[in-house]
Design a protein around this ligand. Structure first.
Ligand code: DI6
Ligand code: FE
Length: 417
């Protein structure tokens, strides 16, 4: 007697091999001859999957769900967000439309520092209340695992509060939240012109306190001329290693600063953005097996014209993830399915690569090896869509299609579909 049995589903397992994966005895997902599948859950894990017609005789479950031919995928993984923050930056976006650059807006106190002011002023409850609908939007779009960064506090008190809010969201809502310490997002006003002293504060005081309280699962930084240099990021990564925390990096978003090669050398989880990645950076990521996280929302919202070198990354065998980068300044994007679409239309992924980027590869970008595909033994994080072909999930612009999310075997129906 299983806990849950989903029957008559089109199974996009997202296991390697076929573009959308292939369940035993079913045929490649999306192929015309593919059979309908079934998937059983026991103890929060996938216990069995295969053709519906091949279900063992007498198979039964406490809860049975008839998918009626709909598409079942792994629950989606959003591996890069800044969804915990206060305030809005839509006004400065208008200024940028009128011609101001991101750096110019930042130089007059807008940009990241304007969100820092709003986030410092918000207490725990208000920060939670402002952040929760953003996470709910991602969940309503099939997300079952999400990464959330700090980085709008830039002092111990507010960085810790952001991470506590992120942890609280993961406890109160049916979703896995992985937290990342991004104290090195910008130099705070108290340390203006003294970036090295701020890095000292980060490595000597803030990160140790955050780590001691178990608030961070990883450490990230923003490596750019107007943020932190390679040498400063190295010091931060050294500190992360002392605390046993894996690293990742905002790299090569606005310039070729060599960040990807650094995070690869540290065997980091991921290098994110990568619009200005050099051929040497591509090779470094490939050699280390570091995931490239593509963030098409930021590319779109900043009206960038130089996409990351996707063809070279693909040719080198670098795993490609896709994430929202949900943040108030450069990517106010609350839909991971829309991010997949943009990764194809703007950056050149194909739909199967985009879906792998929010499932199997997205999980890998977070160092999670227990999810991101449909296979026996993996966590039963699932998304059931009112769609028939996996390409439909990617090939539409913000048309909601989620019917049901399953998180570690627990069923959560979407309101209307
Ligand atoms: N790169 C980004 O796209 C975001 N952070 C970063 O390092 C932007 C964050 C913001 O503008 O608030
Ligand atoms: Fe980011």
């Amino acid at each position: 007697m299983w806990d849950l049995l989903v029957r008559r589903a089109r199974l996009a397992t997202m296991t390697p091999g076929a573009p959308y994966g292939e369940a035993p005895g079913v045929g490649p997902c999306g192929a015309s001859g593919a059979r309908l599948g079934a998937l059983a859950v026991e103890g929060g894990r996938i216990a069995w999957l295969g053709a519906d017609a091949d279900l063992p005789a007498g198979a039964a479950a406490r809860l049975e769900l008839d998918a009626e031919g709909r598409l079942l995928t792994p629950g989606l993984v959003d591996a890069h967000t800044h969804l915990v923050h206060a305030g809005s930056r839509a006004v400065e976006w208008g200024e940028r439309l009128a011609g101001a650059t991101y750096e110019e807006v930042a130089a007059r106190g807008g940009g990241i520092l304007s969100t820092v002011r709003a986030t410092r002023a918000a207490g725990f409850e208000r920060l939670l209340a402002e952040s929760r609908p953003r996470l709910a939007a991602l969940m309503a779009d099939g997300v079952t695992t999400v990464e959330v960064k700090s980085g709008y506090g830039l002092d111990l008190e507010t960085e810790a509060r952001m991470l506590e809010v992120a942890r609280a969201l993961g406890e109160r809502l049916p979703v896995t939240v992985r937290t990342t310490f991004l104290g090195a997002h910008s130099v705070p006003p108290e340390f203006a012109g003294r970036a090295d002293a701020y890095v000292e504060e980060l490595t000597g005081r803030i990160l140790p306190a955050v780590a001691a309280r178990g608030l961070a699962d990883a450490v990230d930084a923003y490596c750019e001329p107007h943020a932190f240099s390679l040498a400063q990021v190295e010091r931060l990564f050294d500190a992360a290693a002392r605390h046993g925390l894996p690293v990742k990096l905002h790299a090569e978003q606005r310039s070729d600063s060599g960040g990807a090669a650094l995070v690869a050398a540290r065997r980091g989880l991921s290098a994110d953005h990568l619009e200005h990645l050099s051929p040497a950076g591509v090779q470094a990521l490939a050699a280390a097996g570091t995931v490239a996280v593509l963030l098409p929302g930021a590319y779109l919202h900043l009206r960038e014209t130089r996409p990351p070198p996707v063809a070279a990354l693909r040719a080198a065998g670098v795993p490609l993830a896709v994430a929202t980068d949900l943040n108030p300044g450069t990517s106010p994007l609350g839909s991971l399915t829309l991010a997949m679409n943009l990764a194809c239309t703007l950056l050149g992924l194909d739909p199967a690569e985009a879906l792998a980027g929010t499932t199997r590869v997205g999980a890998r970008a977070l160092g999670l090896h227990d999810r991101g595909a449909l296979a026996a033994g993996l966590r039963a994080d699932l998304a059931l869509w009112s769609l028939e072909h996996p390409a439909e999930l990617v090939g539409r612009l913000a048309l909601p299609a989620l019917a049901t999310r399953v998180v570690a075997g627990a069923v959560h129906h979407a309101p209307t579909r």
